[in-house]
Design a protein around this ligand. Structure first.
Ligand code: AMP
Length: 444
């Protein structure tokens, strides 16, 4: 199959040739004709599957072939992304695909001054990539009108809900014209997402290019059991032993990121960190330097690292397991992208056994454990498997049973007593679903 056989116009084919894309990926093969035909889309596609081009190429074509010229302070298509970095990355791809088309593109997000964004929007832009909060600010300040909007794309919709953007999405929904095309992309499909899709989409075509909730099989994954207090030491040991060159490391908290970066830098290792507390410019600089291989180890929280596309990233290390099991899939999806192979190593301590168990259940696999000599944990990590079982040693003496059924595990979310503070304050522990009360959508 070729891109030309999917019906794409010549200026897009030319851009793809420059980028070296020869064959459409499965998500592109399914999404491109459907979007060109005007269908709404609900696509389950993992990161690294080429989903950005899957929605951007037909979107660009439709905007070129149909619809009026963009009006002042307007946008004809809106792509909503959960994080600033992802917005920037999606915009870069869109601009590359649009290089031979007479369309304007722009990205807006928080953490940077709003005034230049307001100026830029004065003339209107054909495609606007935005994070939800900044989009609403711009709308409220009358810098942006959405009555000309033809297409809405929700990228990484599951993550937007995880990050607590449900209210923002409900607000944005009220700002949109009823007659529009809507494309929803999500790496994983929870019931909340299906509910959101039911409200936002009109007779959508469902696309699923990889089995639900299964991690990319191009990524070799394993676990190294270790005591919590020895994780940093083990990381340095494995790094030296494996001669790691470029590693993306995930830590659970902002403090965890800073502590590991300090420790690595103290050892003369070329490391930097990104998390939600850092100014946007600093985050972007660290990321750019990592992508350019000027930084060897980038330590990140989930919120900062979501959706990043780093070419040929060979290795992801989970210094801590994620609080939300689905994030494991997103994290390891940073490697093994676009057909490359990658490795994902998780350093797991006894405290994290429930998280490990939920990840194994979600990804339907029992992760191989590799004990590292001299780092065998004093606090054993109980056995787990893909059935969600945690094999605990019987406790002695046995206490009488109390009511309340403690120790319940909620797949994908942990609200343990010792875990009251979420990894990033911006992550709300309970996922809410927006309530849309604007009545049923009119048929197109
Ligand atoms: P995405 O899943 O959209 O983040 O894309 C992952 C990576 O795959 C990006 O670096 C894209 O540039 C690349 N890519 C997307 N589609 C293709 C294709 N058809 N052929 C080769 N590379 C692609």
């Amino acid at each position: 199959m070729t891109f030309a056989s999917l019906g794409l116009i010549e200026p897009l084919l030319r851009a793809l040739e420059t980028l070296g894309y020869q064959t459409p990926t499965p998500v592109q093969a399914q999404a491109i004709p459907a979007v060109l035909a005007g269908r709404d889309l609900m696509a389950a596609a993992q990161t690294g599957t080429g989903k950005t081009a899957g929605f951007a190429l037909p979107l660009l074509q439709l905007l070129t072939m149909e619809g009026p010229k963009v009006a002042a302070n307007s946008a004809r298509a809106l792509i909503l992304c959960p994080t600033r970095e992802l917005a920037e990355q999606v915009h870069t791809s869109v601009a590359e695909y649009a290089q031979h088309l007479p369309l304007t593109t722009y990205a807006v997000y928080g953490g940077v001054s709003i005034n230049p964004q307001m100026m830029k929007l004065r003339k209107g832009v054909d495609i606007l990539v935005a994070t939800p909060g900044r989009l609403i600010d711009l709308f409220r300040q009358n810098a942006l009108k959405l009555n000309q909007l033809q297409t809405l794309v929700l990228d990484e919709a599951d993550r937007m809900l995880d990050l607590g953007f449900s209210e923002e999405l409900a607000n944005i929904y009220r700002m949109l014209p009823k007659k529009r095309q809507t494309l929803l992309f999500s790496a994983t499909f929870s019931d909340d997402i299906r509910l959101l899709a039911g409200q936002m989409l009109n007779d959508p075509l469902s696309i699923e290019v990889s089995p639900r909730n299964v991690a990319a099989n191009t990524v070799k994954q394993w676990v190294v059991p270790v005591d919590k207090k020895r994780k940093a030491e083990l990381f340095v040991h494995l790094m030296r032993k494996g001669r790691w060159k470029q590693v993306l490391v995930f830590a659970k908290t902002r403090n965890g990121v800073d502590a590991l970066v300090d420790k690595l830098q103290g050892l003369g290792i070329n490391a930097d960190g990104i998390h939600g507390d850092k100014p946007q410019a600093t985050r972007q600089r660290a990321l750019d330097r990592f992508k350019a291989s000027d930084v060897q180890i980038l330590v990140a929280t989930d919120v900062a690292a979501r959706g990043l596309d780093i070419e040929d990233l060979p290795l992801v290390v989970n210094f801590d397991l994620p609080i939300v099991a689905e994030d494991y899939i997103h994290r390891i999806g940073r490697t093994g992208r676009a057909g490359n192979t990658g490795e994902a190593i998780s350093l797991v301590c006894a405290d994290e056994v429930n998280m490990l168990s939920a990840i194994e259940m979600l990804t339907r696999q029992t992760l191989t454990r590799k004990m590292e000599p001299d780092f065998e944990p004093e606090h054993r990590v109980p056995d787990t498997d893909a059935s969600g079982q945690v094999v605990k040693k019987p406790k002695k003496p046995k206490k009488p049973k109390t009511s309340g059924g403690g120790g319940k595990r909620n797949l994908g979310k942990w609200v343990d007593s010792g875990d009251a503070a979420p990894a990033e304050p911006s992550i709300k522990p309970v996922r809410k679903v927006p309530v849309f009360n604007t009545g049923p959508r009119k048929k197109k």
